[in-house]
Design a binder for this molecule. Sequence first.
Ligand code: ATP
Ligand code: MG
Length: 252
Amino acid sequence: MEMIRCEDLRKTYGSGSSEVHAVDGISLSFEQGTFTAITGKSGSGKSTLLHLLSGLDRPTSGKVMYQDNNLFQYNDNQLSVLRRRRFGFVFQAYNLVRELTGQENILLPVMLDNRKPDEQYLKRLTEMLGVEDRLNHLPGALSGGQQQRICIARALANKPSILFADEPTGNLDGKTGREVLTLMRTISNELGITMILVTHDLGVAEQADRIIRLEDGKIAEDSGEGAHPITSDGGDYTGRKSSDGTRRGSVG
Ligand SMILES: Nc1ncnc2c1ncn2[C@@H]1O[C@H](COP(=O)(O)OP(=O)(O)OP(=O)(O)O)[C@@H](O)[C@H]1O
Ligand SMILES: [Mg+2]
């Protein structure tokens, strides 16, 4: 099932001789439960593309379809509600509220939405992320890797259908970064969450099902391309199947 797609997406900054085509006519489709890495040199348009796909920023032209919703037909308020309920975000900077404990940080998006936390789900999530014994600490008492894992739990607290991550391992040492990546992969698999991750680290990108490389705002390479559509036997178009051979389920 297709989760999100963009059609001829463009974002242009400036005008005249200083015009920059940060995203220059990109069309992509992402299947539910898949893990995609977007790579490319600095300035190739990775963050801009992620911000457009996730509705954080509006394009100059083109559209983003999330299931049957054209994101940019919504006003800012409607868009932020949709983002809060259906999308999760993880950035390079940990962005935790310093005055709140790990647990309180994780619960923040659920509280903002006036919803009751799903205790069982959150317990499973924090166990999967290995932070269940760090929940009562303030961020200042946590290592970088632990803080980033709390951020991932917070991003997943509302059971989003898509998790967007921009260089989530950028501030971590190599080993910790790989551990965090492995966790994200496991979660994508087990919870059926679609992950779209930006990284300039090829080692990180190699852990993904699909690698898309950008160059000057355009797609230079797409390892997932040509593999569409999903085969009639139910096989995942990435060639990856869950251990029992069935397609992965979804959350929520
Ligand atoms: N707000 C802005 N105003 C003007 N130009 C911008 C703006 N944001 C991005 N750009 C330009 O758009 C291009 C793409 O930027 P983007 O941040 O998407 O690159 P990136 O691939 O994420 O790079 P990095 O790996 O360094 O994070 C760059 O040339 C950048 O200078
Ligand atoms: Mg960037």
